[in-house]
Design a protein around this ligand. Structure first.
Ligand code: FES
Ligand SMILES: [Fe+2]
Length: 388
């Protein structure tokens, strides 16, 4: 089967109520995955965490998705950098995890870089003719922020982050993400294709079954949001109270700046390709889906509350209720995603029909096809090797 033949996707391209899903091979085929990395993950804007992860000059953390290995730093002048985590000498990775450092020293032969990527020192290179440290800075990716989130983009040709997100920041402004603080960051390695997890996150069809004993006890009406201007899609769920707690648990009051339907429901946002937001009236959780291989994905949950909640005497007690809900429900989603992946890779798997409750699944699949098949794309992509 040639997965790059557009005629294979005639049924996926139909309107939702007539459409069927992607061929199962799109969820494990190596060539399809590599094309996704080239045209999506190495071309679009990918969120890698909150700015609080780099509070001061000298702070760093590493990020990994697809074939990308980056070091995010805050340099001495306070600016953020996304540096390639591969030495300009013979390619060794420079840092892992997160922490603080004054310079970045390669563990192999001790070439040393500044936090802006400048090569500061290269011992033993004096006899190498014409060698100039100025010619060997760490390669870098674009970095930008919105609402306290750090995004990176490997392609110099992709539109700026503000254009990519379009009117999304404006639509979500009343939540005040930039005034929120991180309560915890949790990472899960899940044995499924990245699309399996993202599709599950963006549909409520599975809630009565997968979450039958947890969040399905709260009745909610699912309403797709009006399409906006930008690389994102969203659902609004109308319900009473918060969706971020288990039935009977108490939590924080609603975010003070909310009005209208934001007070009476939740929003689920997918900023393509794989930045997800679950926004209740009292908390915001982001989920990053970072592909590690065609069939493995790292999911990172960052839970945030308005900054003033952290001052409360009962902060720890109430925050624990949200964490309990996250631990249980995310595990349910991870388990069903791994189960679905196993079925997709079985001999008899074929595409099935969509329910109208799967609007965003259909939208994501078509968004992916637009890029993978080289169709109408607002954002040109370039292979990694063409980057500066
Ligand atoms: S590989 Fe980094 S100094 Fe040699
Ligand atoms: Fe779920």
């Amino acid at each position: 089967m040639n997965l790059f033949d557009p005629t294979l996707y005639t049924e996926v391209r139909k309107p939702l109520d007539q459409a069927q899903g992607l061929p199962p091979a799109c969820y494990f085929d190596e060539a399809f995955y590599q094309r996704e990395l080239d045209t999506i993950f190495h071309a679009g804007w990918v969120m890698v965490g909150r700015t609080e992860r780099l509070p001061e000059p000298g702070c760093f953390f590493t990020a990994e998705f697809g074939a990308t290995r980056l070091i995010l730093t805050r340099a001495d002048d306070g600016r953020l950098h996304a540096l390639a985590n591969t030495c300009r000498h013979r390619g060794a990775p420079l840092l892992e995890g997160e922490g603080r450092c004054k310079t970045i020293a390669c563990p192999y032969h001790a070439w040393t870089y500044g936090l802006d990527g400048t090569l500061l020192g290269a011992p033993g290179m004096k006899e190498s003719l014409g060698f100039d440290t100025a010619d060997y800075p760490l390669r870098s990716a674009r970095v930008d922020t919105w609402g306290g989130f750090i995004f990176v983009c490997l392609s110099p040709l992709t539109a700026p982050l503000a254009t990519w997100l379009g009117d999304l920041p404006q639509r979500l402004a009343m939540y005040g993400f930039e005034h929120m603080r991180t309560a915890r960051r949790v990472s899960y390695d899940v044995a499924c294709n990245w699309k399996v997890w993202v599709e599950n996150f963006m549909e409520g069809y599975h809630i009565p079954t997968v979450h039958r004993s947890t969040i399905s006890r709260q009745k909610a009406v699912n309403i797709p949001e009006d399409p906006g201007r930008g690389e994102y899609t969203a659902i609004y769920e109308r319900h009473e109270g918060t969706r971020a707690l288990l039935f009977g648990d108490t939590g924080f009051p609603p975010i003070e700046t909310l009005s209208g339907d934001s007070c009476e429901g939740s929003r689920f946002v997918l900023a393509y390709p794989a930045t997800m937001l679950a926004i209740a009236n009292d908390t915001m959780w982001s989920f990053e889906a970072h592909p590690l291989s065609a069939v493995r994905t790292r999911i990172v949950l960052t839970a945030c509350f308005p900054a003033q909640r952290f001052e409360r005497a009962d902060y720890a007690e109430l925050a624990a209720h949200y964490f309990k809900r996250q631990d249980i429900v995310v595990r349910e989603d991870n388990d069903i995603s791994e189960l679905q992946q196993r079925g997709l890779q079985s001999f008899h798997a074929v595409p099935g029909r969509f329910s109208v409750k799967e609007k965003i699944v259909h939208a994501l699949d078509n968004w992916v096809l637009d890029r993978v098949l080289g169709g109408p794309s607002l954002h040109a992509s370039v292979p990694l090797k063409a980057l500066a």
